[in-house]
Write a protein of this length. Structure first.
Lengths: 126, 126
DNA sequence: AATTTAATGCACCTTAGTTGCAATAACAAA
DNA sequence: TTTGTTATTGCAACTAAGGTGCATTAAATT
């Protein structure tokens, strides 16, 4: 560790993420770039760019790691949703007094988040 | 495939999940049970129990597969919501490839979680 | 008890991601 | 521009999660 160097490989990755707000899996990147750089390099640069705050990552539904641009204007970096609870039996709906932390959403410009918990209220459960 | 058999191994897994509402990773189960049964057996039974609706699974933040009791009356120890995105202009809706970690909700029995991101899709934004 | 076939164990495989180390290439300084 | 320093890379080998093919075992049925 010391001074970070902006190598060709780093620039290449930055260019790719600079051109899209879509999330891209590490596997896909390593595949696409394998003529230009080693997969190890891809993984290491992704880790570095995430550490530096340029990218963020998440685990997709199949267990693969995905990366996406972390620019402030591309997606809300952090938002909180106020969940509502609705009883499936009587339909009673109420606002819960908790905030759910919603991580950055790649690719889309989000205006609002609807978060609904469906279950059974105390009255109906007894 | 044919008639499902309730073997010792299946009973053992059912007993474990019958005693807790916590989620358990497949890795942990395979480790804990490795004197009693092969890891392949563990994975196969977990898959079967999920297919049958007894368990449900999700991918944890480190990419490991977790399983938990699917009984309706059990409070979710941890749940993950699969968000959908809906365009406010054209109505196009799609499944996002990320899981949102929903912390345990006190007081309520939650059956399912609906998480909807509302915004504007690429087509409508341009 | 004999028969059928689902479930299991085992060995081996696949794939994502990581690590150690020698070779290479940024970058700074001369 | 050349030289020296060291961050970065490529490579090969590794780890760990999870899956597969097949011969063997053991539920369930007769």
């Amino acid at each position: 560790m010391g001074v970070k160097r902006k190598t060709k490989s780093v620039k290449k990755l930055l260019k790719i993420f600079g051109q899209t707000n879509s999330a891209i899996s590490a596997v896909k990147l390593a595949e696409d770039l394998h003529q230009e750089m080693n997969k190890t390099t891809v993984y290491r640069i992704l880790e570095r760019l995430e550490d530096e705050g340029t990218l963020h990552s998440f685990i997709g539904k199949d267990g693969l790691k995905w990366y996406a641009n972390n620019e402030k204007d591309s997606a809300p970096y952090h938002s909180f949703a106020h969940p509502h609870f609705q009883c499936k039996s009587c339909g009673k709906t109420e606002c819960l007094t908790m905030d759910i932390d919603i991580p950055p959403v790649p690719k889309y410009k989000i205006d609002s988040i609807k978060l609904l918990f469906i279950g059974e209220c105390d009255d109906c459960a007894s």
